[in-house]
Design a protein around this ligand. Structure first.
Ligand code: ADP
Length: 282
């Protein structure tokens, strides 16, 4: 029961929470912007996830994200602030003031320089290298799951799909449900095999979304045709003038058909740091 295994430090008194406005609809219910008043009379901006269905199984599934998130402490991963485990159950998270990355990119297309785009990639790579060190596969890395705190900082969110890997079992075998085919590595599509190296493939698709400032991968292509294209060696095109050559080469490496030919997140992070330094000198 997740309500019991969530650390007691995370329990929040509902009276401290003030909802302000709806931010949108999540998988389980409405997400709100609000304020948390601490015992020291501090006011913290928060995002509040609600769960519209209140049966035991749904509540468990909803709380699982909090259970996963409480294990992480990284500047580019949305932090769990707390939970209200009595019905209606609430998840309280750090607020990303500027919302979803994809819409932020699309809305501010003319304002972006390549340095900021590469910076976002580097921040996410550091978050993913951290998750890799914690033996976590995210399984749903995409721009739609990245939030913007301020123009210089993005954060990874949405741990609803992530799974901790067993020590003796380096991949997670997904059973059912809707899968984000256009972001997925071939071994994930074909065998439902999810590893750190399939996360690397997904992250390269996410970097492509960032570098194209919010284009959708394989737009207009049917899911069944995407796997055919991948099998035939076809990959997403050069994301335009904003992509340094070295970064495009990195994307290609991440899209190696054979997982072991892909770089690790640590390697990706250090490569992105070097590209960033190079761009800053230009
Ligand atoms: P779910 O993962 O349950 O489907 P989402 O995480 O997609 O829900 O949240 C739904 C909406 O709430 C999205 O539009 C997202 O932008 C917004 N949102 C979620 N978490 C935050 C947060 N921490 N800060 C700001 N906005 C958030």
């Amino acid at each position: 029961d997740y309500a019991d295994v969530l650390s007691s430090d995370y329990q929040i008194d509902r009276k401290q929470i003030h909802m302000i406005e709806s931010l949108g609809n999540g998988q389980f219910g409405e997400v709100y912007r609000g304020i948390l008043k601490t015992d020291q009379q501090l006011e913290i901006n928060i995002a509040i996830k609600t769960c519209k269905t209140q049966d035991a199984a749904t509540t468990e599934a909803f709380l699982e994200e909090a259970y996963v998130m409480q294990k992480f402490d990284h500047p580019h991963i949305i932090k769990l602030i707390g939970v209200c485990t009595e019905q209606p159950v609430l998840l309280i998270m750090e607020l990303a003031r500027l919302g979803e990355l994809r819409s932020y990119l699309v809305a501010n297309r003319s304002d972006f320089d390549v340095i900021t785009l590469v910076l976002y990639c580097e921040q996410l790579a550091s978050a993913l290298a951290y998750l890799e060190s914690k033996k976590f596969v995210h399984r749903d890395i995409a721009a739609r799951n990245v939030l913007v705190s301020n123009h210089e900082s993005v954060k990874l969110a949405d741990f609803g799909l992530s799974r901790q890997l067993k020590v003796d079992n380096s991949y997670y075998k997904a059973s059912k449900g809707k899968l984000p085919i256009k972001w997925m590595a071939p071994e994930s599509i074909n065998f439902r095999r999810f590893t750190h190296l399939s996360d690397v493939w997904m992250f390269a698709v996410c970097m492509w979304e960032i570098l194209t400032m919010g284009r959708k991968p394989f737009q207009g292509v049917a899911n069944t045709d995407v796997i055919d294209q991948i099998e035939n060696g076809i990959r997403l095109p050069l994301p335009g003038v904003y992509c340094p050559k070295r970064l495009f080469d990195l994307l290609q490496e991440c899209w190696s058909y054979e997982p072991t030919n892909r770089p690790s997140f640590l390697q990706i992070e250090s490569c992105l740091k070097s590209i960033l330094n190079e761009e800053r000198l230009n």
